[in-house]
Design a protein around this ligand. Structure first.
Ligand code: 5GP
Length: 202
């Protein structure tokens, strides 16, 4: 069986990553989502085990110490990390997995999974990004300023990714990401066994 693809999506806060990833998973339920662990408190409507595993700092630090995380990073004063256990089994079983993580985490994942599909979601502009962050009304002024300041730095890391998608409109971004995934599954490097099998004389 073709191995699953590890899809890593990053982008500055407010780009619409969450919305795009949720729409992608809703439309293509064959893609599994890697639920991250975090020490930040839940936002209204967020559910334990669905959006995140919400953990206390000591519990998170124990997971780091026990090597249970594929990667972890400190983002805006909180820990975020990707639990490792399920990922390898799912990839081996041919399941595609989506990680929505920050650029630090993505660069750590790239070292261990260089063949992952690294996609950077860009906002149409920084002015539009600010408008979206303010519009979502979830963050106080200080946190908005911190997120905007971080965005320019994050965008510079986009060059390390394999693809960039400008999120003008959610549906279009979803279809673009699906097209990328479809093309990635057709890579010769992912299909060596298939070529071998079909190429054998009966
Ligand atoms: P938020 O608090 O808005 O949900 O997420 C803040 C940032 O943390 C976002 O850029 C998000 O992609 C990132 N993030 C979420 N989960 C993880 C994770 O498991 N690892 C890393 N490195 N970043 C994550």
């Amino acid at each position: 069986m073709n191995k699953g693809c590890l899809i890593v999506v990053s982008g500055p806060s407010g780009t619409g990553k969450g919305t795009v990833c949720a729409a992608l998973l809703a439309r293509y339920p064959q893609i599994a989502y890697s639920v991250s662990a975090t020490t930040r408190p839940p936002r209204p409507g967020e559910k334990e085990g669905v959006n995140y595993y919400f953990l206390d700092k000591p519990v998170f630090e124990k997971m780091i110490a026990d090597g249970e995380l594929l990667e972890w990073a400190e983002v805006f004063g909180n820990y975020y990390g990707t639990p490792f256990r399920k990922i390898q089994d799912r990839l081996a079983a041919g399941q595609d997995i989506l990680l929505e993580i920050d650029t630090q985490g993505a660069m750590s994942v790239k070292k261990r999974f260089p063949n992952g599909i690294f996609i950077f979601l860009l906002p149409p502009s920084l002015a539009e990004l600010e408008r979206r962050i303010r519009g979502r009304g979830q963050d106080d002024e200080e946190s908005i300023r911190r997120r905007l300041a971080a965005s320019a730095g994050e965008i510079a890391v986009a060059k390390e990714y394999r693809y960039v998608v400008v999120n003008e409109e959610v549906d279009r971004s979803v279809e673009t990401i699906w097209s990328i995934l479809t093309a990635e599954h057709c890579r010769v490097s992912r299909n060596a066994a298939l070529i071998e099998t079909i190429g054998q004389l009966p």
